[in-house]
Design a protein around this ligand. Structure first.
Ligand code: ZN
Length: 428
């Protein structure tokens, strides 16, 4: 294993409260020292003017393998991840077959190890076949490598199943992640219910369809004294509910996806299916509420909800198009707008994609502590570039940011001490 010196960058490690210009020395795949590098190293990266931080953790990714490898697979998803500075990601269970038994989880982890670019941590299914009716063997899934549980892609709609899942979660110390969507209110809808859905003449998904489920879940989380996490929070009401639950001392947390704090429902005007996702883009009022939630810490995590789809699933009219956008490669530059806008300081912003998800999921990642596995992201916060959907490393092209100028670019990604991404290319 070689030694590598990352020279002269602004090193930000939120887990250790570190923010200073320094060199990072990597040896034997681990962080050996942070300070002033001297002596001979086999390789060097000049990071002056750049930010050096822990490799990002994206706790909400759809990798599509097994079952829909034409949209994405573990290899292409891992390439997209490291191109976006992500060195650990959690994959959601709505594959075919579902991540609802130990064998499939082990396969996913093994495949990710073979690819060797990015750690993949499966989120186990709460219910068999994600049908919401019968719990999976959760302890067995934990032994196979599940780091949390969700039925994402679908809500955990059955109150009794949710209660039991939260009780297990409380007993065994894991996190239940909810895709909060009351299908009886949102079913058949394709974008936010409101002015734009009326204008376009399509069925809408009302904000209360998110809020009412979170409201129920918070009561159940309180009853079970469990860790409950709201995925991709998108409404003002939902942010208020989580804020109040936290004030009450409940173990309720939330994540936001970049599109929900960067874009509004206006994006779907012109029937743009690349702006269709679930939960949908909401109003400006909701967007500002999500930003406020990030500012005051109600929302502690940013995650991409990377959801690749083939053109055929998107170019079939707004109503029938699949939900979701790719996000691994745009998460950091879009999120940097929060720092530029004064919502979060750079260390606080980086924490939402490193130390905060690491502590929620108890992952041994997201820090540059001496001796930690050397997962590092090096980015230029000011570099401008234009996102070209055809230049993405993901297999899929469904992004609302095609042709838009991004500010902030990932220049290098180090995984376990190996330089895996640099100067726009995968290096291994
Ligand atoms: Zn979801």
């Amino acid at each position: 294993m070689t030694t590598l010196l990352i020279k002269g960058g602004r090193v930000i490690d939120p887990a250790n409260g570190l923010d200073e210009v320094a060199d990072v020395l990597i040896a034997e795949g681990r962080v050996a020292a942070i300070g002033s590098g001297k002596g001979k190293t086999e390789a060097e990266i000049d990071a002056s003017g750049m930010i050096v931080c822990p490799g990002l953790i994206d706790m909400h990714v759809h990798l599509r393998e097994p079952g829909q490898e034409w949209k994405e697979d573990i290899e292409s998803g891992s390439r997209a991840a490291v191109a976006g500075g992500v060195t650990s990601m959690c994959c959601m269970p709505n594959t075919q077959p579902r991540l609802d038994h130990a064998g499939v989880l082990r396969q996913v982890i093994e495949r990710a190890r073979q690819v060797g670019l990015c750690d993949v941590h499966p989120i186990g299914a709460v219910s068999r076949n994600l049908d919401g009716k019968e719990l999976t063997e959760m302890r067995e899934l934990v032994r196979a490598g599940a780091v949390a549980f969700s039925d994402d892609g679908r809500p955990i709609w059955h109150s009794g199943v949710m209660r039991k899942a939260l009780e297990y979660a409380s007993t065994f110390g894991f996190l239940v992640i909810q895709h909060a969507e009351d299908l009886q209110l949102t079913g058949g809808g394709c974008i936010n219910e409101g002015r734009i859905s009326t204008q376009l003449g399509v069925n809408g998904m009302p904000d209360v369809g998110e809020d009412d489920m979170i409201s129920r879940d918070i009561m159940l989380a309180k009853l079970a004294d469990a860790n409950y996490h709201v995925a991709h929070i998108s409404t003002r009401g939902a942010v208020d509910l989580v804020r109040r639950a936290q004030a009450e001392g409940l173990k309720v947390t939330a994540e936001a996806a970049p599109h929900h704090f960067a874009l509004t429902e206006e994006e779907v005007l012109g029937y743009n299916a690349d702006a269709k996702m679930s939960p949908p883009l909401r109003t400006e009022e909701d967007r500002l509420a999500v930003i406020e939630g990030l500012r005051d810490g109600t929302i502690s995590v940013i995650a991409s909800d990377h959801a690749p789809h083939h053109e055929d699933d998107k170019r079939c009219g707004l109503s029938c198009a699949a939900f979701g956008i790719v996000g691994l490669e745009s998460m950091l530059p879009v999120s940097l707008d929060l720092e530029r806008g004064g919502v979060l300081g750079m260390p606080e912003l980086i924490a939402t994609m490193t130390s905060n998800p690491a502590s929620l999921l108890k992952l041994d990642a997201g820090t540059l502590s001496e001796g930690a596995v050397a997962d590092v992201c090096i980015f230029n916060p000011d570099e401008k570039w234009t996102l070209d959907r055809n230049a993405l490393f993901s297999k899929s092209r469904n992004t609302p940011w095609h042709g838009r100028e991004m500010t902030g670019r990932v220049l290098h990604t180090i995984k376990g001490g190996r330089h895996v991404f640099g100067k726009g290319e995968i290096l291994v």
